[in-house]
Design a protein around this ligand. Structure first.
Ligand SMILES: [Cu+2]
Length: 132
């Protein structure tokens, strides 16, 4: 089934610098990108999906007494007219059970879901563990 990005209203959010860091084997891959909210009201990223991932979760890395740990978050708010960057050490998408589509050099389709009911379909470049 094709998921078509037909929203009642145009999504106010654009996505830039999107990429996954592919790791060997079936290790989960982290996805990084920047959300830009061009609208006049805050909007939150509430979920993501990709055919290349078993599950695609919103994660936050945080420092627990010197240990870097990850936790799942329900949503990430993007302020009106502002942006939020998902980057190593902070927010990221976590792609579990990645398929063969998650290979360095490929482009992986990802759909992002937002609190206003809009969704954005985009492509993430897949890089290797060193980020190339
Ligand atoms: Cu994670």
């Amino acid at each position: 089934m094709a998921v078509l990005a037909v929203a009642a209203e145009a999504a106010p959010v654009s996505v830039t610098n999107s990429w996954f860091r592919a790791l060997p084997g079936k290790l989960p891959a982290a996805g990084y990108f920047t959300l830009n909210n061009n609208g006049r009201t805050p909007v939150a990223l509430t979920g993501a999906q990709s055919t290349g991932c078993g599950m695609l979760m919103l994660h936050m890395t945080h420092n627990m007494g010197g240990m870097m740990q990850m936790m799942e978050v329900d949503q990430v708010e993007v302020p009106a007219g502002g942006s939020v960057t998902f980057a190593p050490g902070g927010y990221h998408l976590m792609c579990t059970n990645p398929t063969a589509a998650l290979t360095a050099g490929a482009k992986l389709p990802v759909t992002l879901h937002f609190s206003d009911g809009s969704q954005v379909s985009t492509h993430f470049a897949v890089r290797n563990a060193s980020g190339h």
